[in-house]
Write a protein that binds this ligand. Structure first.
Ligand SMILES: NC(=O)c1ccc[n+]([C@@H]2O[C@H](COP(=O)([O-])OP(=O)(O)OC[C@H]3O[C@@H](n4cnc5c(N)ncnc54)[C@H](OP(=O)(O)O)[C@@H]3O)[C@@H](O)[C@H]2O)c1
Length: 207
């Protein structure tokens, strides 16, 4: 009988612990998503560097962060798109003035060492507080893994996986020196389990 009671107490404690753990997760999520006061992103530094900032999510992030008063380092492979984006930001955020700087680099073509060197040179003297590794590529249409041609496969591995590591390598030392900084890697729900059918390589490179 005593053993039975001890078992019931132990099982109840375990159950209570599980419920508390789940509740704690829910409360933390509500706090983070809705209640926590926003951070002043300028506290990290006055500049943010965003790869793939000439289109889509990266461009939208550049405008959003410029609206918070951050200066933007745009990274892309197309000089005219970089110039156009840079001009748009400067025109829209002229008072208070937001500064921009463009770094031209093809993340699929340059070697890792070249990427790191180009980024290092490009951000020299800037107080970079935030890095957003956003540039990413996918398939133009769904296909089986064995149908992905060699060039697309190489480019995807380079842009989605290698480039963020090399860009981070170039930016991180400055953050370590001033003991603050934020690095955001843009992932994808495609990498969540179960993985995205017909996008196996993309899903893997975004994990
Ligand atoms: N869109 C979605 O539904 C979705 C969903 C989940 C996650 N994501 C992720 O979000 C990120 C942005 O996606 P997006 O849809 O906004 O992409 P997007 O509209 O195609 O824009 C991609 C950006 O990356 C740049 N880029 C591409 N290849 C490059 C290279 N070799 N070198 C330098 N820059 C290069 C592009 O420059 P160019 O203008 O020169 O091409 C462009 O500025 C990616 O990491 C993607 O995996 C997207």
């Amino acid at each position: 009988m005593e053993l039975q009671e001890a078992f019931v107490v132990a099982a109840s404690c375990l159950g209570l612990f599980s419920v508390c753990k789940a509740l704690f997760k829910i409360v933390t999520w509500i706090w983070v998503m809705f209640l926590r006061p926003p951070k002043n992103l300028k506290d990290y530094g006055s500049w943010v560097i965003i790869t793939g900032s000439t289109d889509g999510i990266g461009k939208a992030l550049a405008f959003e962060l410029a609206s918070k008063g951050l200066n933007i380092v745009l990274v892309g492979r197309n000089p005219s798109k970089l110039e156009a984006t840079s001009n748009e930001i400067r025109e829209q955020f002229s008072d208070p003035k937001v500064e921009t700087k463009s770094i031209v680099v093809d993340l699929a073509k340059a070697t890792g060492g070249e990427i790191a060197r180009i980024i290092e040179d490009g951000i020299k003297g800037l107080d970079v507080g935030i890095l957003i590794n956003n540039a990413g590529i996918s398939y133009p249409y769904a296909r089986y893994f064995h149908e992905v041609d060699q060039e697309l496969m190489e480019n995807m591995l380079k842009v989605n996986m290698e480039a963020p590591s090399w860009v981070t390598k170039a930016v991180l030392p400055g953050m370590l020196k001033k003991k603050k900084g934020a690095i955001v890697n843009i992932g994808s729900a495609a990498s969540e389990s179960p993985s995205m059918p017909l996008y196996a390589l993309y899903a893997a490179t975004k994990s």
